[in-house]
Design a protein around this ligand. Structure first.
Ligand SMILES: [Mg+2]
Ligand SMILES: [Zn+2]
Length: 193
């Protein structure tokens, strides 16, 4: 049996956009993040984080730092009774740094590699799934992976939406104030089907 998933961007969507998170002390989970993930858990959606972390390729922090930050994020979400099903990240950059991180990979968003890897691992029906993020590259990765897109106005979202969206080649399927509202709309829309 296939499952449906909501793929969730990390910085600016689950947590404050503060630039590179080179230490867990910089990581600020949004206060509603736990409630949003809990809604997905409750309604039987997989909740999967997909994040670009090119700070590794750029030499700002080691790859192990990503795991440390994600342990902290997972712990904080568990405190509010929320469970992430998986976290997929890309630590590459096509033109900066040294191999193996300097690499023209298939997983740096807006390329669909992280989502397609998750789809294989979890037998996900992508046509029934969503990507939620705060940047146009999240809208594009949704399109490239064959999932629907929700743009949130947290993080870079409001500025990108107000200043740039008229030039976007593709528009998001949904625009929401934040992750909690995006999840509410996704759950509502699909239980009405
Ligand atoms: Mg983001
Ligand atoms: Zn990559």
């Amino acid at each position: 049996m296939t499952q449906r998933a909501v793929f969730i961007d990390r910085d600016g969507t689950l947590s404050e956009e503060v630039g590179y998170i080179n230490h867990p002390s910089r990581f600020r989970l949004f206060p509603y993040a736990g409630a949003a993930i809990k809604q997905l858990n409750k309604h039987g959606w997989l909740a999967i984080v997909t994040t670009n972390q090119a700070g590794v390729a750029r030499g700002y922090f080691a790859e192990e730092m990503i795991a440390t930050v994600h342990e902290s994020m997972t712990f904080q979400l568990e405190q509010s009774g929320a469970r992430l099903d998986a976290i997929y990240y890309c630590a590459h950059h096509p033109s900066v740094g040294e191999p193996p991180y300097r690499f023209d990979c298939d997983c740096r968003k807006p390329r669909p590699g992280l989502i397609s890897r998750a789809a294989g691992d979890f037998k996900i029906d992508l046509s029934q799934s969503w990507m939620v993020g705060d940047r146009y590259s999240d809208v594009e990765v949704a399109r490239n992976a064959g999932v629907k897109s929700a743009l949130v106005l947290s993080g870079y979202g409001r500025g990108e939406w107000e200043n740039q969206s008229s030039n976007w080649k593709h528009q998001p399927d949904l625009v929401a104030e934040n992750l909690l509202e995006a999840v509410a709309a996704i759950v509502r829309q699909t239980s009405a089907d």
